[in-house]
Write a protein that binds this ligand. Sequence first.
Ligand code: ATP
Length: 364
Amino acid sequence: MATVDFDHVTKRFGEVLALDDFTLHVEDGEFIVLVGPSGSGKTTALRLLAGLESLTAGSIRIGDRVVDRLAPRDRDIAMVFQDYALYPQMTVYENLAFGLKMRKTPKDEIRRRVLRAAEILGIGDLLDRKPRALSGGQRQRVALGRAIVRQPQVFLMDEPLSNLDAKLRAQTRSEIKRIQSEIGTTTVYVTHDQVEAMTMGDRIAVMNRGVLEQVGDPRTVYDEPANVFVAGFIGSPAMSFSRMRAERRDGTVALLRDGALLELPLPGGLPRLPDEVIVGVRPEHARLWREGVGLVGPIEGVVEYVEMLGRETFIGVAAAPEARFIVHADPDARGAPDEHVRFGLEPGRLYLFEPETERALGRV
Ligand code: ATP
């Protein structure tokens, strides 16, 4: 086990700035998830850590060793990729043993490690099979097993679940999480899927265009997003945003768009308020209007769409041309496009952002 440190790491591919002054400390034994949209630099960060790319600037440490000039095989890491890359002509046992054999590990030590990994992964009864006789989920477990038998200081995983169907993905997600906490090996995990990030990471590092936007435990990142990008990327359905005029009044803030819209108590913590703000609202904090339930409002709007998910319903509502909200409703809520509805917002749950920098100002 070991810590991992990216220290002001930059990577350019010609004109493309793939990673921009990236600094991140990973604790010993921690499961950290790098999450972001396509092209945000996640894989580049992982490949730099693995030694598959060279740094343009900065430095990387595993434990107290600077690894910048070390070949991948000398970094004491093990990688798990999206494609399992199992040897088709070998049995599961041989696939698991292969890396150790190449490193001239004694035979009984190999046997001990392979059997232990198979036990952890629940694939003890598959050891004599060839990969083609395995399901996708089983193959992925064998791929994971190959990393486990190596007993590396760090696991690097790049979208290891993306070849699995939705149900298997959810199951394997919790399995990887369980196995990692059982073995306790420091893990850097890359995904574009924010649900994976939220459910698996001890902490998540949200990336965008080569820049680390925010790092924190999932709850904090969800509850206190640092900026519009993080607020919009983490959470599904996504937070809705609208620009509004903000007026401080006696102990309240009025958010206005095409006339008076909302007036909210002003918390002491808000440092300053520009004349205009971006207001972000998560779907679960906007609900159809009922008197006496403690929501602020009502806000009137026109239904744009209705999404019934069985357990709950989301209604897309336009309150003004550029002020759209997703409103959470009961499973049996009805509504049809073009209908007029009224909804309210949960006080303390409106996120305000600065329009120019898109940085978080606080919540009202
Ligand atoms: P994805 O989820 O699509 O893999 P990512 O967040 O992992 O995305 P990277 O693969 O790290 O993103 O890519 C970051 C940027 O660097 C992208 O603009 C990509 O096109 C560019 N890039 C990555 N590898 C190379 C390369 N070998 N040559 C040129 N550009 C590259």
